[in-house]
Structure formats: C-alpha cells, structure tokens
Design a protein around this ligand. Structure first.
Ligand code: PEP
Ligand code: MN
Length: 372
C-alpha cells in the first residue's frame, strides 16, 4: 500500500509526526519513505510493506496528511501501474521531459573513438535541433581483446563538446559502480555542461548489485535495457530494483532478444512490447533499433530495416529511440556495420516524425471512436 501525502508536507509538521507515530504501531508492517523534489512541489510517499491486506483503504485515507491511498499489487510496486494509480508517468532531467507521452531521439556513437568524431556527431545533432545523444565510454565486449572503450579518459571532452553543442542529456552505459563516480567527477570538473542518463546494458540487466548501487543515487536517470535472454517480467523486476532503492527516473529499453529465430537480424525485434510495458508500468519506453537489427540491410523499397523497425516502435508509442550513427563507420571501433551515416540523420528524423504523427493520429481516432 502507498500513502500519498499532501504536496509539500513538512516533516516537522504535527500531522506528519502524528501519521508516522500511528504507522509505527501497526503490527507486521514496515514503512519506507520516499521524497521526490519536482519543479513545483515536493512529493512524499510512504510505502507500507508487510501485512497490509487487513488495512482499510477508507480508514487510511482519513489519516492526517494523507491525500490518496493506492493499494498496490505485488508486481512492480513502485514503477508499476496499479488500480486508481494516478502517480506520474514522466520525469524531468536537465531541462528535458521524459514521459510515456513524449518522444526523444538519442542518436550518437555506439562507442566514443576520437574527439573529432564526437564533435562531428554533436554538430550534426545541433544542426537538426537535437538535445540528446548516446556516447559509449565503457563498452562491455564479447571478446576480451576487443576495444573496451576509452573509459574515463574521454569523459571531459565528451561533456565539454556536449555543452558546446547544446546537448542536454548523454546516454552512456556503466558496468561498474566506479563508472558512476568517474562520470560525476568528470561532470563536476568540466562545470556540469550537460547531463548523463546512465545505461544498464542487456548483459547487466540482472546484475543486482549494480542495480542497487545505480538505484541508490538519484542524481542521474537510468535507461535499463531488457535482458536479451530473460522474460519481460524478469526485466521489469530488474527495473524495480532501481526504483526500490530510490531512483524512479527509469526508462525501459527494448533492444531485441537473442535467438536464431530473428535471423538475419542480430536479435529478434521485440517492439510489440512497447504498449505492454506502458500498460504494466509507468516507465517511458525506449527502443534500440541498432542493436536489434545489427546491420544496414534494406528492403526492396530502399528503406533500411533499422528505419522500418523504428517506425514500428514509434507508431506503437515508443518514447525514446537510441540509435547508432557514425561519421565514418568503416573506422568505428565498435558496431560500425549497423551505424547510420550523418547524411542520413535528417531523413531518419523525418521518418521518426512521420511515424510519431501516425501514432498521434491513431490515438486521436481511437479517442473519437470511444466518445461515440
Ligand atoms: C549499447 O547500447 O551500446 C549496447 C551495448 O546495448 P545492449 O546492452 O542492448 O547490447
Ligand atoms: Mn553497440
């Protein structure tokens, strides 16, 4: 059960203290308090964990300071959508709004290789009015002898250039808690010119200790990729690990499933799960067409498979597209064969707009129909 308190309630107020005093005496029930500082107000939620079945919703609603009560099912307590649950399906970070109602493109380098390539990429993004990008510094690789990413050495120039070209959020995978500290430190040293969305890759979806550490900090939002060989439920529970530790700024990423059934694509595209994740949880949903498809193959209509699957995800309501681009794919140190070219960026964005418009028209048509 979740008690949602009146906005801006002061912890020292008499009603708050009276409420806590009452909750303390409930048998077999523990409380976990969560504060969320929004732009306009501070929200406080109290999670009651344990034997809550016997508690009356109406009685709890009448307790001092309580505005609303949500009885949660066992699944995805914090991030899930529950009956009569009006909690937000969005969050703001560094001036960018991420929600189940919006759409952002994170085009960029799979792996940072040279400063020049980073700058060329960011300039192209700025010229197209983009404020988000992806830049891999820590790369988990199948082969231990493959390029592992420049790590913290590239962070200062990546962040400075991001600031210079108006990029507000850089998605960047972390595979170890030290990476979070290195990112925080590099941002501080460069004067916080941009923001970072920490990415948990598909190989670490169930690295529970990493999830707990990344979940304990609330400074950076997190993009959690679905695990490539586990059920959707298991991956959603992995996202819940982040939230249960305190970080609710979580985006859920679909990136295809590892199975030969997807051949000749690198993975079996799973974007049919976009509306499913939006229904089961309050997380914005990201699609990663590059790691799903894994090549620049095109259909007889000339459109790349990558563009086709982006359209499929966006027309189904995806909220974020994470996509590999490279100024010179032949020289890319990671995933060159699936990278789109900078000349393709305007067309790519136009294609995304077409699919998004179609999604909006679909939902409007449904709303009209539902009204009768
Ligand atoms: C990536 O986005 O760079 C990446 C490695 O993705 P995934 O974890 O989905 O393979
Ligand atoms: Mn990659």
């Amino acid at each position: 059960m979740i008690l949602i308190l009146s906005p801006n309630i002061a912890p020292e107020s008499a009603e708050y203290q009276a409420l806590l005093g009452y909750l303390q005496h409930l048998p077999d029930i523990q409380t976990r308090i969560h504060h969320e500082q929004g732009t306009e107000q501070r929200l406080t939620e109290i999670y009651l964990i344990g034997r809550t079945a016997a508690l009356s919703l109406d009685y709890m609603k009448g307790l001092p300071g309580v505005e609303r009560v949500v009885r949660v099912s066992e699944e995805y307590r914090v991030l899930g959508r529950h009956q009569d649950d009006h909690r937000p399906t969005s969050f703001d970070y560094n001036g960018v709004h991420f929600g189940q109602d919006g759409l952002h493109v994170f085009a960029g380098l799979c792996a940072v290789d040279t400063r020049d390539h980073v700058e060329t990429m960011m300039r192209a993004l700025r010229d197209q009015g983009q404020v988000c990008t992806r830049m891999g510094a820590y790369k988990p690789r199948t082969n231990p002898y493959s390029f592992q990413g420049h790590g913290k050495a590239c962070l200062p120039y990546v962040f400075e250039l991001a600031g210079q070209y108006g990029i507000r959020v850089v998605a960047m995978e972390v595979t170890h808690e030290s990476h979070v500290d290195e990112i925080r430190e590099a941002l501080r040293e460069t004067g916080n010119p941009t923001g970072v969305m920490l990415q948990i890759g598909t190989r670490n979806t169930q690295n529970f200790e990493l999830l707990k550490i990344v979940g304990r900090q609330q400074e950076f939002p997190v993009l959690l990729k679905r695990g490539f060989g586990i059920t959707l439920d298991e991956s959603l529970n992995a996202a819940e690990y982040l939230a249960s530790e305190g970080n609710r700024k979580v985006v859920f990423g679909l990136r295809g499933m590892k199975t030969n059934m997807g051949d000749p694509h690198r993975n079996l595209v799973d974007f049919a799960h976009v509306p499913v994740v939006k229904r089961l949880t309050r997380m914005p949903v990201c699609i990663d067409p590059s790691h799903s498809v894994g090549s620049r193959a095109a259909g007889p209509d000339g459109l790349l498979d990558i563009l086709h699957v982006v359209a499929q995800g966006v027309i189904a309501g995806a909220n974020m597209v994470l996509v590999d681009f490279h100024p010179d794919p032949a020289k890319a140190l990671v995933d060159g064969p699936q990278a789109l070219l900078l000349e393709e960026l305007p067309h790519f964005l136009e294609d995304v707009r077409i699919a998004r418009e179609a999604y909006e028209r679909r939902t409007q048509a449904f709303a009209r129909l539902a009204q009768g």
